[in-house]
Design a protein around this ligand. Structure first.
Ligand code: PBG
Length: 326
């Protein structure tokens, strides 16, 4: 061992050497665009707490999806805005074959057959109480009854062109049930992206504004995970993997990078991270005040997700990030 000072800065001295020693890469192929779809025609209604995001009517969604695909984004995740009068205790709009999601799947698949379509499986856009599952008379969220509806949604979405279904409900055993029901209906090629470690988080606030889906009573702590827990994420990951998930997800994103890394060290499955609405809103709000540089911080967040072990990131900044890479 030479008795000389180590000088790590030698590998940082110019852009070329930095590019040679860079350990992590990011490309538009790593990004997934979550998007909101609403009824109507020719409408792109801005979401106040998520500047740059819109509730698109179907025709506008197709136009937007065309732009995202042209930027190299390989997938979108669809979230429907259900009109208040269509929300019911039994969430029956979730299984409507002429519902927004089935129609959106068909139109986008028709226009852009290569673009991967991911749908959310959870009942919160469809229930009048705003919870992700069916509710008993005494206010408990019913597990197995909910899973049955999710299985119906999965088959419906697959039939209409979904490439991947993404259960975000956090009911127990849903991945296995959804897998076998998809297989039994002939959809063995439809993938499952499991919201594996989904925490009961305050960072979902702007999303719930966008869909008007905040729970009318109580909170989601009896099904979403406690932010204090790390080992429990490993249990969820083991279960989802054993039940046949194709991709595991951690959500929210930046405050949970340790969980992402734990899962990376534990599973051979691809991992997704969800940079959620509140995280996006924080960047936008600070940037609007001139307190930070949105472009720079967005790109930094993306590379940090990759460094922590994410293969893919769902972010409302997907189009911005893809443009910045272009
Ligand atoms: C619905 C769902 C939520 C999000 C994705 N799917 C909200 C929730 O669980 O309350 C949040 C996404 C975001 O905040 O960007 N189950």
């Amino acid at each position: 061992m030479l008795d000389l000072p180590r000088r790590p800065r030698r590998n940082r001295r110019n852009a070329a050497i930095r590019s040679m020693v860079r350990e992590t890469s990011l490309s538009p192929a790593n990004l997934i665009m979550p998007c909101f779809v609403r009824e109507g025609q020719g409408l792109s209604e801005p979401v106040a707490s998520m500047p740059g995001c819109h509730r698109h009517s179907l025709d506008r969604l197709v136009e937007a999806a065309r732009e995202w695909a042209a930027l190299g984004i390989p997938a979108i995740a669809l979230f429907p805005v259900t009109p208040p009068q269509a929300k019911t205790g039994d969430a029956k709009a979730a299984l409507d074959p002429d519902g927004l999601v089935p129609r959106a799947l068909k139109s986008v698949k028709d226009a852009l057959p290569e673009l991967q379509l991911i749908t959310d499986l959870a009942l919160d856009p469809f229930t009048d109480h705003g919870h992700d599952g069916l509710m008993s008379v005494d206010g408990r969220i019913l597990n197995d009854e909910t899973v049955e509806v999710l299985c119906g949604m999965a088959a419906l979405h697959a039939r209409c062109g979904a490439d991947i279904v993404a259960p975000s409900d956090m009911m127990d055993g849903r991945v296995g049930e959804i897998r076998s029901s998809l297989d039994s209906e002939g959809f063995e090629n439809t993938g499952i992206m499991a919201y594996t470690a989904k925490y009961a988080s305050g960072f979902y606030g702007p999303f719930r504004d966008a869909l008007d889906s905040a729970p009318r009573s109580g909170d989601k702590k009896t099904y979403q995970m406690d932010p204090a827990n790390r080992r429990e994420a490993l249990l969820e990951a083991d279960l989802d993997e054993a039940e046949g998930a194709d991709i595991l997800m951690v959500k929210p994103g930046l405050p949970y990078l340790d969980v992402l890394r734990e899962l990376r060290d534990r599973t051979t499955l691809p991992l997704a991270a969800y940079h959620v609405s509140g995280e996006f809103a924080m960047l936008k709000a600070a940037a609007a005040n001139g307190w930070l540089d949105y472009d720079r911080c967005l790109m930094e967040a993306m590379i940090c997700f990759r460094r922590a072990g994410a293969d893919m990131v769902l972010t409302y900044g997907a189009a911005d990030a893809a443009r910045l890479m272009g």
